[in-house]
Design a protein around this ligand. Structure first.
Ligand code: ZN
Length: 431
């Protein structure tokens, strides 16, 4: 079932609201998280709006969907970068930009012994450089699925988030900084609904292709500790976890993330939901991937420890698949929990006043954490000064296509369902 079938049509809203006050009429409030969450028409959800706290601060950030670099005059970023520079191992960026930014590694040569623990090469998750923590890919709790979604906030996610609410289900949401900038009220809903918020970089590039400065900036401008960082600015919290786009991480990138207090979270199963529409990947393939995980759970594969599968809130299809298989996953696994819950991360953010339930509390029925602090950012439900002088939120339309066509990253905020589309057709290794 497609999520679009969950919602009232725009025509019915127009017809009703022309005569009587209706929920559709109130759904036009686009200044608060609560108002935005009421909108049920994906076309309206995905129409850009002004949010002055972001509009007023946009000069403090890279442009949406551009690879981040330290902005000139940003003394906070420069000071932080200089303070961690000595911790970054001397590993060169992979490949050659701009092709490498989109995962076309071209004629790269790489030592088959995998000295950098490059996940993209052989799915290494145990760093070889001393002092860097292992990635998290599985869970310590048996028969448990770390439930999470990448690439949000999607502008049309209300039906999906409503569904999760209806099942009293929370998840780990890996938000892209540029999406948070473009859709701030949708990002606020993630926290308001009790989901765990992690960083998924500023512009969703292949991180190992970036210079040290660029990789630092992709994390810094997404969520690191400062009022001017986008997740902090919009949502009011500073995450302590991140997931590399495409899983593309090595010990150099891990060291930068670790120096910024970010735990690297990977996965063990890939739904490949993000691939539909590219090559010959079809809905049936994704269904089969979900069913493979469900079958593994049913036959006791996770009796000793739990696991994670890569899934997305990227577009209507990926969210619809999550809905379609939710009941079967919930039946096959004993528990579906946010990643931080499985690790008993009681304080998921740098700021005080926000907690996640422990695993024991979660399975006992407490599925959302507590919010007692207000932070010093723009917190949930905070007023939005619609009379302010904020500029337009960047519409963010952009397309990046590698010359060879080996990998394509495209983002479009126009369209009824998908705020972002990321299509990867392959990674080339010529060793
Ligand atoms: Zn992603």
């Amino acid at each position: 079932m497609r999520l679009s079938s969950f919602v009232a049509s725009p025509l019915s809203c127009l017809f009703i609201s022309a005569f009587v006050f209706s929920p559709c009429a109130s759904a036009q409030d686009r200044t608060t998280e609560q108002g935005e969450a009421q909108i049920s028409d994906p076309n309206i959800e995905c129409t850009p709006y002004q949010y002055p706290p972001v509009g007023n601060a946009k000069n403090n950030f890279p442009l949406s969907w551009t690879a981040a670099t330290i902005l000139s005059g940003d003394s906070d970023a420069q000071a932080k970068y200089q303070s961690i520079e000595s911790l970054i191992p001397n590993i060169p960026p992979k490949g050659t930009q701009p092709q490498s930014l989109v995962g076309n590694w071209g004629n790269i040569t790489y030592d088959p012994s995998d000295p950098d623990c490059w996940w993209t090469f052989e799915k290494c998750t145990t760093p070889k450089v001393p002092g860097i923590p292992d990635d998290i890919a599985g869970l310590p709790e048996p028969n448990t699925l770390g439930y999470g979604f990448d690439d949000g906030p999607n502008c049309s996610h209300n039906a999906f988030y409503d569904f999760l609410q209806s099942r009293d289900q929370t998840a780990t949401m890996f938000y892209i900084g540029s999406n948070v900038m473009d859709w701030p009220l949708e990002a606020q809903r993630g926290l308001a609904d009790g989901h765990e918020i992690c960083v998924h970089t500023w512009s969703h590039r292949y991180m190992t292709s970036l210079t040290n400065d660029e990789a630092f900036s992709e994390l810094w401008y997404s969520g690191w500790l400062s009022i001017s960082r986008i997740i902090k600015l919009v949502v009011g919290v500073t995450p302590t976890c991140w997931r590399p786009p495409f899983g593309d991480v090595d010990d150099r990138i891990r060291a930068i993330a670790n120096a910024l207090g970010l735990t690297t979270i990977m996965w063990q199963y890939d739904s490949n939901d993000w691939r539909v529409g590219s090559g010959n990947i079809t809905e049936a393939d994704i269904d089969a991937n979900y069913m493979d995980l469900i079958a593994a759970a049913q036959n006791g594969t996770f009796g000793a420890s739990g696991t994670m599968m890569l899934t997305h809130e990227l577009n209507n299809f990926t969210m619809s698949e999550a809905v379609k298989f939710y009941d079967q996953l919930a039946s096959a696994f004993s528990y579906l929990v946010p990643v931080g819950v499985a690790f008993n991360v009681s304080n998921p953010y740098v700021e005080d006043g926000y907690t996640l339930p422990s695993f024991a509390e979660y399975i006992d029925g407490t599925h959302t954490g507590s919010v007692t602090g207000s932070g010093d950012g723009n917190t949930i439900g905070g007023s939005s000064d619609s009379s302010g002088t904020g500029g337009n939120i960047p519409s963010g339309n952009s397309t990046i296509t590698s010359k060879s066509g080996a990998a394509i990253v495209s983002h479009s905020h126009v369209g009824s369902f998908a705020s972002a589309a990321i299509l990867i057709t392959g990674i080339q290794f010529m060793l």
